[in-house]
Design a protein around this ligand. Structure first.
Ligand code: SF4
Ligand code: SF4
Length: 234
């Protein structure tokens, strides 16, 4: 899931300060699960901003709502009226939701209430850890199911580096060394020979380094005829 964190209240207040009508839009998906931008967090932010405004004697109309998925146009369209009547949109989703609204209503100002951070998994209550960087060419079948790109501080394809110590990473001793973890996993699986495998340099053009990526599934695309028929039926 995408894990995000709310920006500090002061930063949010500064971004929306010039506007009277603020539409605060959350998302019930990843950012709700990571407790950053779901219904509860939107309500809390609206209350906090209201309190801040009362203290400073400012009048600002804060309209809070939550979409099923802010990155899908169909859900955004359902609240079009509220978007159009606001001066600014404060997006409490990951930046995909914020950019979806921005692309659909380019004349509207959209500001991010959250910092989009990682592709992470929940490890325990309130803890998420990064496990993938979306490189576009997965190799974890050779590393015991552990991603060396996201979990090794140096993204080493062949490790460990010389700094691994007692299973910890030299870059941050509080973190596990990914390559120590890979070794332990491969040992458990009886596949230690994979530690000797030399993984060649990666083709990074499948990652973001190759420019913006777009994934197309032709079989799922609507033909222009189907698109017209759908538009006409609406
Ligand atoms: S190898 Fe690439 S796709 Fe696979 S988990 Fe790591 S970053 Fe993600
Ligand atoms: S100590 Fe381990 S995780 Fe840290 S940089 Fe070296 S190989 Fe990577």
């Amino acid at each position: 899931m995408i894990v995000a964190e709310r920006k500090p209240l002061g930063e949010i207040a500064e971004m929306i300060a010039p506007y009277e009508k603020v539409c605060v839009i959350g998302c019930r998906s990843c950012v709700a699960i990571c407790l950053a931008g779901g219904e509860k967090e939107v309500n809390m932010l609206v209350s906090a901003m209201g309190l801040l405004n009362r203290r400073t004697g400012r009048t600002q109309n804060l309209d809070g709502l939550v979409l099923e998925r802010q990155c899908e146009k169909e859900w955004v369209k359902e609240v079009e009226d509220r978007i159009l009547e606001s001066d600014v949109i404060l997006s409490m989703s990951c930046s995909l939701g914020a950019q979806t609204i921005g692309d659909m209503y380019p004349e509207k100002i959209v500001v991010p209430g959250l910092n989009t951070a990682i592709f992470g998994v929940p490890e325990e209550q309130g803890v998420w850890s990064e496990k993938c960087l979306g490189c576009g060419d997965c190799i974890i079948h050779t590393t015991g199911g552990i991603c060396p790109i996201a979990r090794c501080a140096k993204s080493m394809l062949n490790g460990p580096c010389g700094g691994s110590s007692d299973g910890h990473c030299e870059v941050n001793l509080e973190l596990d060394c990914a390559w120590y973890a890979i070794h332990e996993r491969l040992k458990l699986q009886g596949r230690l020979e994979l530690m000797d495998m030399v993984r060649p340099p990666k083709e990074w053009n499948t990652s973001h380094s190759g420019g913006r990526r777009v994934i197309v599934r032709e079989e799922a695309r609507l033909t222009s005829h189907q698109k017209r028929a759908t538009e006409e039926s609406q």
